[in-house]
Design a protein around this ligand. Sequence first.
Ligand SMILES: C[S@@+](CC[C@H](N)C(=O)[O-])C[C@H]1O[C@@H](n2cnc3c(N)ncnc32)[C@H](O)[C@@H]1O
Length: 295
Amino acid sequence: MQDNKRKIKKPLRESVMTLKESLKVKLKNVLDPELINQLPSRYPLLGPAILIRLKDNLIPFKETIGEAILEIHKKAKSVWLFRKPAKGIFREPKIECIAGDCNPIIFHKELKTKFIIDISKLIFSPGNAGERQRLVNIIGENETVMDLFACCGNLSLPIAVNKNIKRLIAVEANSYAFSFLLMNIKLNKVNHIVSPYLLDNHYWSTFNIADHVLLGFLPAPDIYQVEIGVRALKDSGGILHYHWISEEDRYREELKNLVGYVESLSREVKVLEIRRIKSVAPKKIHFVARLHVRK
Ligand SMILES: C[S@@+](CC[C@H](N)C(=O)[O-])C[C@H]1O[C@@H](n2cnc3c(N)ncnc32)[C@H](O)[C@@H]1O
């Protein structure tokens, strides 16, 4: 079993130090040195939009910071601030535009995949870029992939675009996210590979068809969704990609419970990998576990 301890990858296309240092210089006569030191270290770019988080004491200066970022980063057309963590089933982000062109519907290209995304309503995490790349690497030719939390195609469309897979089944419950999924399928010309379903995945029932099931939902999919994913995997064996948020001293226990649960469904389980994807809050880590599951 692989465990990528301390290997949380930076999002792609992020110029961390350069932007932060230039920002410090630009704002040195505007903000106190104490505040300058609290400027964020990450400025990920999604299409033309930079997404940032600010400490509470920097919020009164948000517009000034946003304008300064736009002056430095020539490719960025807008700056958006995450106000609160996404909550609820649809994971709607709490995000506000602080500078530039505030049109939330953006075009983003990653892994040769084109995405149209409404960043004010849908989560598309720059911090998951490494995972999107890994899935493209892991998934093999002619395999069947099932994404039970498809959103606008975040995790699974790059697989359909880059790999010669047999089929991608993409299930999404939110009709607004689903409309973007349909748009992105068309935009990438993968209609012949992707079967999209507008459905609460609790009602999904297919058995013995998938080589990979993606359970990309935070803080964690529930046990019914795990069971639906497990039963969809081929009896001869397939991989469950289970995402969840945990802490350093708890994740092994939680993984053990997950394995026990999958075994209780009359399956043999082997943990192939546990990977830290990103930090989501102090001490809270987004993990993915890859379980090989066989009947
Ligand atoms: C934050 S997105 C995650 C997208 C992608 N899986 C990823 O990891 O980047 C979670 C998506 O799951 C959808 N979702 C939540 N509960 C669902 C359910 N019961 N059935 C189908 N989709 C669901 C939400 O509407 C949302 O679009």
